[in-house]
Design a protein around this ligand. Structure first.
Ligand SMILES: C[S@@+](CC[C@H](N)C(=O)[O-])C[C@H]1O[C@@H](n2cnc3c(N)ncnc32)[C@H](O)[C@@H]1O
Length: 279
């Protein structure tokens, strides 16, 4: 297993965009950190490992709850995101540390009480092998709690910008393999349950979380630009070399249609909150 495509992707322009937009991304994804932290039921003194931690927002939230002791360890393949996470931990003076590593092959220095993740576990070439490796980093009786997206069709925040861009594509995108590594690879909850049980996790519970996402940006123009830089639309724009001015105009119209009287742009999202135990 090598996950080479993802290592390249998250260390290239996409990783840098996540660094540049990290504050806005964290604001947008904060409700999902709340969901994972609530499901994790962390206790002071526990050792936590955050998989695919990115710039470390969830790791830092966990470190603030468990406090000193072993604290929280974030693991990620992206060098620019790990560098930002380390700087954030130092600035916040929290017991969090970060490793640049592929979680599917990583050997943790000490076993964790719990592994958590916010949208960082859907990128493995061989998910069952990766989750088996992750389980070996957890104490007997330890826990797993992560959030992953449901299908693109249920996530308007990602689907609507794609649909708005469709008229300007040079060719229709090939139908996506719903199990291919990527943000929506864990959309099928039965598949996720199978992966986890194949990896030796027990007591798997998968619950839907449906809520509105507030898109970042002070105005429709900046929100449109943000949505073109990140997520599925940015991958398509880069792959097809589309006229970005036309797409931006279409997205501004989309954002205006979703703007509330208070000026917020909210769209539907759906994810799974997954929990399991290392029996
Ligand atoms: C959608 S981002 C989520 C980042 C972070 N959890 C958050 O919520 O802000 C997915 C992250 O998974 C990381 N990732 C992808 N494959 C990985 C792997 N095999 N091992 C560790 N991290 C990985 C990426 O580098 C990226 O930072």
């Amino acid at each position: 297993m090598n996950n080479a495509d993802q290592v390249e992707y998250w260390n290239g322009p996409a990783g840098q965009k996540w660094v540049d937009q990290s504050d806005r991304l964290d604001a947008m994804l904060a409700p999902f950190a709340d969901t994972v932290i609530a499901a994790a039921a962390l206790k002071p003194g526990e050792a936590v490992m955050d998989i695919g931690c990115g710039a470390g927002a969830l790791t830092l939230r966990a470190a603030a709850v468990v406090g000193a002791g072993q604290g929280a360890l974030g693991v990620d393949v992206s060098a620019p995101l790990i560098a930002l996470a380390r700087a954030r931990a130092a600035e916040a003076d929290l017991p969090a540390r970060f490793e640049l590593a592929d979680a599917s092959a990583f050997t943790a220095p000490d076993p964790a009480d719990i592994v958590i993740s916010r949208f960082g576990v859907m990128f493995f070439d061989d998910p069952a092998a990766a989750f088996a490796n992750i389980r070996h980093a957890v104490k007997p009786g330890g826990r797993l709690a992560f959030a992953c997206w449901q299908a693109l069709s249920l996530n308007d925040w990602a689907l609507a910008p794609l649909q708005a861009a469709m008229p300007f594509l040079k060719e229709a995108p090939a139908p996506a393999d719903p199990t291919a590594p990527g943000p929506f690879a864990f959309q099928d909850k039965d598949r996720v349950a199978g992966i986890l049980s194949d990896a030796g996790w027990a007591n798997v519970v998968i619950e839907p979380v449906e809520q509105a996402i507030i898109l970042p940006g002070d105005d429709t123009e900046s929100t449109a630009k943000f949505m073109m830089q990140l997520g599925p639309l940015s991958r398509l724009l880069a792959a097809q070399g589309i006229d970005e001015a036309q797409v931006e105009a279409a997205l501004i119209a989309l954002m205006q249609a979703h703007k509330s009287p208070e000026g917020r742009i909210a769209m539907k999202s759906a994810c799974w909150q997954v929990s399991a135990g290392n029996a």
